[in-house]
Ligand binder design. Sequence first.
Ligand code: ADE
Length: 281
Amino acid sequence: DLPTTFDQPVHIGVIGGTGLAQLEGYEPIALVNPVTPWGTPASPISILSHNGVNIAFLARHGLHHQYAPHEVPNRANIAALRHLGVRCVIAFSAVGSLQEEIKPMDFVVPDQVIDRTKGIRPFTFFEGGVVGHVGFADPFDKKLADIVKTCAAHMKGDGVVLHDKGTIICMEGPQFSTRAESHMYRSWGGSVINMSALPEAKLAREAELSYQMICMATDYDCWHSYEDVNVEMVIKYMQANSQNAKRLVGGVLDQLSKLDHSDLVLAKHWEGASQGSVKFM
Ligand code: ADE
């Protein structure tokens, strides 16, 4: 029975991944399903109220986890958040570990990403005569990363381990890597591996959203043992750690809701450039 339209500003967005399909403990005040030029997002967006501040929550894989990583409607997801007025996005993802010291259930705040998607996912808003190039040297937002690190530091006593930098390898999937690939990614300096960081982070940058992914390790990728990675393993660790994941995201939202989000907006790629002709609705 929640309203399906919402016209107040919503500056904070959360994209929940596998293991964070909803945010509990917040008051839902609307459930909106914007139709963007790129279709509808993977799930209706919940508008939640927290300390009087509005938060938009979107389940990346859909409410019933019906979108595999290569099927996620990334452009609609990002355009819908942007349309609602979102300025900064915290995106959550389960990852495999490529490093011994990143143990299952540890968190990682990545600062880099290597693109191993295969170019089959729609990956830009700039096409069809709208020409634009954005910088992506540092794909994540340092201010948001600092907030996540501070929150995790406060949770150390509860057994929360957070690695404060790292390189995500974003692979196409849906199959997991071969052992040879897994070793190659380690030789490249990869810290963790997932199937969801891209093109989401690229599209967020094009849409001028500050964006930080929080990764939770759910397995050692197959370099580590003779066992294959399997979904049961991923789900087992995810469930074991979902309380910590929710508390960490909750802590980050507490901090973000105290800030002025205009501070969190990245450089204005859109102003004065042809990019301005991309309309998000
Ligand atoms: N997501 C969680 N674990 C993963 C792995 N080992 N490889 C790719 N994506 C993952």
